[in-house]
Design a protein around this ligand. Structure first.
Ligand SMILES: [Zn+2]
Length: 486
């Protein structure tokens, strides 16, 4: 065949240094293959809308048909791609081929040869998929438009909300308003979201979604659908479930909790502590964890192997070692758990110190927030109603609400620790093992709490943390914004 002639095809974005390197790669590959490049196509700042790609490729096809050259060389096949128009892409590749030309993609040696047919099949399949998804989308679109015209509901709903009615005219409603109100009240009253979730057999995230669902107070669900870059929005009216003020209070709590330092204080969770003291105290010898050793004595003699009657053990605090190597240090011989627990329980159960909560002690900015929430509710309803009388009433309400907001005089908020009305003793009695463990851990962290050997037996001592700060005047931080101090 003699000398083979070819064209080089480079496509670079504007300002890119890539052009020279593509040319270099193509030149080198052409020399290697004995191809002489007789024409260069340099496409700059290419984008589909410029339409420079297709004319260039058409020119390639004409050149090949005329016999100017036979080979089109590119660094990789994507330089020829027209992803937005698969028909044209397949067509061009086929035409180059049928004109007797060849595409050499340097980084893909098989491209344009054995792989060529496979590539066309892929393109055709991609094209069919694109068509199919277009058809599916437009069918869906017609359905969505019917939903919009009916002002029906579309989109996700939180827990306790359901959708009913015929297709394209589904109406959302709250299936259990009492539960929803209760959840808002619990969250607004600072009950931990996890605890609320447990009470209703929900995931904590579901509780949060429910609290944030604005239609609970506005009575208006904002529905939307985006099709080919255009977003259709419409409103769907529902029966509101909670007062705006309550909605606002609960959401405020969720917002506040976002910033709360929820650091993991370490330690593995105790799935079912035999007793609440397990894992709380440190080994006096090695500072490892003391676990409660309880249960039954072995059913057979360790040395002879003879069966023995099993007896309950006296629960004992034993060293379980430190960190990952959970090995007893061997120096601490153990202490009976019950007397230690009794001392600690006694200490908490008789402590009449007030539990304090970090809370607002002055200020009324929250009332303004409530008024604004109310205004948003009115505005949402305004956009949803078609009833003239209701419209008039809402406009009047809106005017009144705006006037109240304008007249509002803000007293700045101030926060401080204020009594919750509960004492340490009450919290201890009311709390389960988790609460009790939390209280003991908080005292230990703030003041120090540990075993001391005294008069031939192990007792408990408070204030063991740092001899330099023995004055137990500090605050015991119980977490969740609660504390107590002496
Ligand atoms: Zn130890």
């Amino acid at each position: 065949m003699g000398i083979s002639l070819g064209a080089g095809f480079v496509r670079v974005s504007t300002g890119s240094q890539d052009e020279a390197s593509q040319i270099k790669v193509i030149d080198a590959a052409a020399v290697e293959r004995g191809v002489t490049i007789v024409k260069w196509f340099r496409l700059h700042g290419y984008s589909a809308s410029h339409g420079t790609q297709e004319p260039a490729l058409r020119e390639v096809i004409r050149d090949i048909e005329r016999g100017d050259y036979r080979t089109l060389m590119v660094t990789e096949s994507s330089r020829l791609d027209r992803r937005e128009d698969l028909d044209a892409q397949a067509e061009i590749l086929l035409e180059i081929r049928s004109a007797g030309g060849d595409v050499v993609s340097i980084s893909e040696p098989q491209f344009g040869r054995t792989d060529f047919a496979g590539r066309i099949v892929t393109l055709v399949a991609q094209h069919a998929n694109a068509e199919k998804s277009r058809t599916v989308k437009s069918t869906t679109y017609r359905g969505i438009m019917m939903i919009r015209d009916n002002k029906a509901h579309r989109g996700p709903l939180p827990a306790f909300w359901t959708r009913s009615g015929v297709r394209y005219a589904k109406q959302a409603s709250c299936a259990n308003p009492a539960a929803v109100v209760d959840i808002y009240e619990r969250v607004a009253n600072l009950e931990p979201v996890n605890s609320v979730a447990r009470a209703y057999d929900l995931y904590p995230t579901s509780v949060k979604s429910l609290i944030r669902f604005a239609a609970n107070h506005t009575g208006v669900v904002e529905c939307s659908y985006t099709h080919e870059g255009r977003t259709e929005t419409w409103t769907h009216a529902v029966e509101p479930v909670v007062e705006s003020a309550l909605w606002w209070r609960a959401n405020k709590v969720l917002e506040a909790n976002k910033d709360e330092s929820r650091v993991n204080k370490g330690g593995r969770p105790v799935a079912s502590p035999v007793t609440w003291i397990s894992g709380l105290l440190d080994c006096p010898e090695c500072a490892g964890k003391l676990l409660v050793h309880a249960g039954l004595t072995p059913g057979k003699d360790a040395r002879t192997g003879e069966p023995r009657a099993q007896k309950p053990r006296t629960p004992t605090l034993r060293c379980a070692g430190r960190e990952r190597r959970r090995l007893a240090c061997g120096r601490f011989k153990g202490a009976e758990a019950q007397p230690v627990m009794d001392v600690i329980a006694d200490m908490f159960a008789n402590d009449t110190t007030a539990i304090l909560a970090f809370q607002r002690v002055a200020g009324n900015a929250h009332e303004l927030d409530e008024l604004n929430a109310e205004l948003r509710k009115i505005q949402a309803r305004l956009s949803a109603t078609e009833d003239d009388d209701e419209l008039d009433a809402l406009i009047a309400q809106r005017k009144a609400m705006k006037a109240r907001i304008e007249r509002f005089v803000i007293v700045p908020d101030s926060f401080d620790y204020a009594p919750t009305g509960q004492t340490v003793a009450e919290m201890w009695h009311a709390g389960d093992d988790t609460v009790k463990r939390g209280m003991v851990r908080a005292v230990k962290a703030s003041w120090g709490l540990g075993l001391v050997h005294h008069g031939g037996r192990w007792g408990i001592a408070i204030g063991t943390a740092g001899a330099e700060d023995p004055g137990m005047t500090g605050i015991v931080d119980l977490g969740n914004g609660l504390c107590f101090r002496r």
